[in-house]
Design a protein around this ligand. Structure first.
Ligand code: HEM
Ligand SMILES: *[C@@H]1O[C@H](CO)[C@@H](O)[C@H](O)[C@H]1NC(C)=O
Length: 546
């Protein structure tokens, strides 16, 4: 609540009051305290009484005093005094925000308060476009955990400016360009075959076949290995037995998991600065643990690359690319650690989470799976394996992926929010600098005005219009965001998903777990991505004698 000036005047009042008390007139001292308390309480209530709650009220009363009657305010829930509506961001935030917006008739744009931080959330394609494409929203709010984990020097959280632009340019030419995505196809093929082998083993091992095999671990490890290969040039066998896994995979896997938890957490101190010094949730302490491990891990890989540069152009990985930068693009070692670590971190779980959702839908909707199999029989046939070049012809499978992105967008709130760097008009309302802006992509993709019968799983809806793009041009379904800060890894992610999905589907028919208690459960849990709360268990029946 208290700005520095506020605090200053309170201290003055208190010292005055203490003086009065010192004169031997305790009743005056007490009286003064009561006046202060009442004044404080009234200010709180006054701020809180505003649409959107305390952070918005404070802004209207302090910064816009005098002209506040002239403009309408963004509708939104008041929440509680001081803390506002922090709880909207806990648990399944996308659903809570959508429900609140529906209740208050604020679907297009809703204001709310995260403690002292004003926030808006857009639930309409037009308003979403306004935010994501506005030059005033090209920064991101940097959470304490992001600083703690060094992410402020990586692409995702770096403020909009020269450093960020240089990093994006390097990443788009050397990691995400169409040429690079195509060049890494053989690597994805190797890992795809490892996945099939792992799923066969999983199915054969007696313990799991009774309950169905949990595919999550296979998907996550495959994803991690894929990124470690592109970014660090490291190759590993997919190992189901954790004991036999390489130390590096295990270490990096654990670090990614820990980072995921920390960044996904709502840290109260981010929005209530007076709480920050207490570190009640232990965020600072928890962040400080993985950082030296990350620095040591990535630092060692950088040193190895320095001492042994790649012999062939084909063996160049992203670490080599960063090391080869010259002049103004040259990165300090600590920045390189941040950039590399972010790539591993961002590239790992997102892809695995999306594939798990698709497989869950296919297990649940056997008719759709049958159509996918028909298409695979037609395009690939049963006498050879799927290759990445087949995936362009799998039109129906692409429709399935789009429909899953619509029903289960991995980042329902587009993962990391945007920050207003100046006062800006959004949908006709004035929004102050410092506001956190979110797009509720989940609300848009579940809005019956945007998508008819939104709760139905119907891939066919994308067959009428196969040119529908999910890459950010159409805000009715933009799971990778849009505008200058949209996901740079989107084509790599789509290429990976569109190839890794048909591979096991070509080999197996996926049936639900024989244990009815472990049937497909579509409950969600929102960490950094929106994942299945109950890991998918499947029975895999071979379709092909290999
Ligand atoms: C299914 C997979 C993925 C989804 C759904 C996804 C989604 C997103 C979203 C919604 C954003 C924020 C966009 C915005 O603010 O407009 C984002 C940013 C980002 N993503 Fe992805 N992503 C995926 C895969 C990847 C992969 C594989 C990588 C890298 C290897 C990656 C790297 C990044 C980075 C670096 C940013 C920050 C960009 C910036 O701030 O300039 N993502 N992603
Ligand atoms: C699905 O999982 C959720 C969360 O774990 C649980 O509460 C719910 O009861 C499960 N539903 C069914 C039908 O098993």
């Amino acid at each position: 609540m208290a700005t520095p000036e506020d605090t200053g005047s309170w201290l003055l009042y208190l010292s005055l009051a203490a003086k009065c008390g010192g004169d031997g007139q305790p009743h005056r001292f007490v009286g003064f305290l009561v006046v202060c308390a009442v004044a404080g309480l009234l200010t709180c209530l006054l701020h809180w009484s505003f649409p959107g709650g305390p952070a918005w009220g404070r802004w209207w009363w302090t910064r816009r005093r005098g002209c506040w009657a002239a403009a309408a305010s963004v509708p939104g829930p008041r929440g509680l005094p001081v803390i506002g509506s922090m709880w909207l961001m806990t648990g399944l935030a996308h659903r809570k925000l959508a429900a609140a917006a529906g209740r208050l008739g604020a679907r297009r744009l809703m204001a709310f308060s995260l403690g002292e931080t004003p926030a808006v959330v857009a639930g309409h394609p037009d308003v979403a476009r306004e935010i994501l494409h506005s030059p005033a929203f090209t920064d991101r709010p940097v959470k304490e955990s992001a600083y703690g984990l060094l992410f402020h020097r990586a692409i995702g959280f770096a403020p909009h400016g020269g450093y960020w632009r240089a990093l994006r340019r390097v990443a788009s030419t050397h990691l995400f360009s169409p040429w690079q995505v195509a060049a890494s196809a053989p690597q994805r093929a190797v890992i795809a075959r490892q996945m099939v082998t792992a799923m066969k083993q999983l199915q054969q091992s007696g313990a799991s076949s009774a309950a169905g095999a949990a595919v999550r671990r296979v998907l996550r490890r495959a994803s991690l290995h894929n990124v470690m290969w592109s970014v660090f040039g490291r190759r590993y066998e997919l190992q189901l037995d954790p004991v036999k896994e390489s130390d590096e995979t295990r270490e990096l896997g654990a670090l990614v998991d820990e980072g995921y938890d920390l960044l996904g957490l709502l840290n109260w101190a981010d929005h209530l600065p007076w709480l920050a010094r207490f570190d009640l949730q232990g965020t600072r302490a928890r962040c400080s643990r993985p950082v030296p491990r990350v620095t040591r891990f990535v630092g060692r890989i950088i040193d190895e690359h320095r001492s042994a540069p790649p012999a062939a152009a084909a063996a160049v990985d992203f670490t080599d690319v960063l090391l080869s930068l010259q002049g103004s693009d040259k990165l300090a070692d600590s920045d390189m650690v941040a950039v590399l670590w972010e790539m591993v971190f961002r590239g790992t779980d997102t892809v695995a989470v999306l594939i798990e959702w698709v497989l869950a839908r296919l297990v649940l909707h056997q008719d759709v799976q049958a159509r996918v199999h028909d298409e695979l029989n037609r395009v690939v046939g049963l006498d050879r394996v799927v290759t990445e070049s087949d995936s362009a012809s799998l039109v129906y499978l692409h429709a399935v992926i789009k429909e899953v992105l619509r029903l289960h967008p991995p980042g329902p709130l587009l993962s990391w929010a945007r920050l207003a760097t100046s006062d800006i008009h959004v949908d006709g309302f004035l929004v102050p600098a410092g506001t956190i802006a979110m797009v509720n992509m989940w609300a848009i993709t579940h809005d019956p005005d945007v998508w008819p019968e939104p709760m139905e799983f119907r891939p066919e809806r994308f067959l009428d219009d196969t040119s529908f793009q999910v890459m950010g041009s159409d805000l009715r379904l933009a799971p990778f965001g849009s505008g200058r800060r949209s996901c740079p890894g989107k084509s790599l992610a789509m290429a990976t998903v569109a190839f890794w999905l048909p591979t096991p589907l070509h080999e197996f028919t996926l049936l639900p777990s024989p244990d009815p208690a472990r049937g497909v459960n579509l409950s969600e849990v929102l960490r950094l991505s929106c994942e299945m709360a109950v890991p998918l268990a499947v029975t895999a029946q071979a379709r092909r004698v290999a």
